[in-house]
Design a protein. Structure first.
Length: 212
């Protein structure tokens, strides 16, 4: 099974393209250096309003903020990307979906000094029922404090949801899985809890929710 080989449509740079043809060149800049931004968004089937995208505008705002932090010029406005996300859910006939908008630098140049790079954007949506084993919600999971430190803002602008930041997440998650845990708890460079490899951490104290 390949995620690349299925029926459906993916939004790429303003057009709906057949799923299998939604390709980029091997010299795509983000593929080489990891400077790109993305979001993970979900659509849920609701009893009274049908399929709804959860906090669509807030996710799109964050995508644009991430792009701004990394100095990427977005060629589309937020309304266009919001519409693109609604369209991929509708045109793929999805009742519930995971949506993946991503903006990346193209193959207009190579090397760190490349200029004239353009920001390209794609939005795909597919059924991805649960990030972890669905039972985990009831039974809880085994979490291991990672030996990998979470990014520091002076290293990789960690307020951006950036593709390259996920090397750190993948190393931490693999370490946790290899040692029999199910997720990694990542600490910042001062030893305070930061987040999981792919999710936030919240605590409830005196009826208030806190997150780092
Ligand atoms: C590293 C990391 N932290 C937190 C989250 C939670 O995402 P959100 O801020 O959209 O709830 C994610 C989800 O992709 C993630 O990858």
């Amino acid at each position: 099974m390949s995620l690349a080989d299925r029926d459906g449509l993916i939004w790429m740079d303003g057009e709906m393209v057949p799923w299998r043809e939604a390709k980029v060149h091997v010299l795509t800049h983000t593929f080489h250096y990891g400077l790109g931004v993305f979001e993970g968004v979900r659509a849920y089937n609701t009893p009274d309003r049908g399929t709804c995208i959860f906090r669509l505008e807030e996710h799109t705002d964050r995508l644009f903020r991430s792009a701004h932090i990394l100095g990427m010029t977005m060629p589309y406005d937020k309304d266009t990307l919001n519409q693109a996300q609604k369209d991929v859910v509708r045109e793929n006939g999805l009742e519930e979906a995971y949506l993946r908008p991503m903006s990346f630098l193209g193959s207009e140049g190579m090397g760190l000094r490349a200029d004239g790079l353009k920001t390209h954007t794609m939005v795909a949506a597919w059924e991805w029922p649960s990030y972890m084993d669905p039972d985990a919600r009831d039974r809880g999971i085994k979490v291991r404090t990672s030996s990998f430190t979470r990014h520091h803002v002076n290293i990789s602008m960690c307020k951006a949801k950036a593709n390259g930041n996920y090397i750190n997440s993948m190393l931490a998650l693999r370490e946790a899985l290899d040692s029999g845990a199910e997720e990694a708890l990542m600490l910042d460079n001062e030893g305070y809890v930061a987040e999981g490899s792919g999710e936030n951490v919240f605590i409830v104290r005196d009826n208030r929710i806190y997150t780092p």
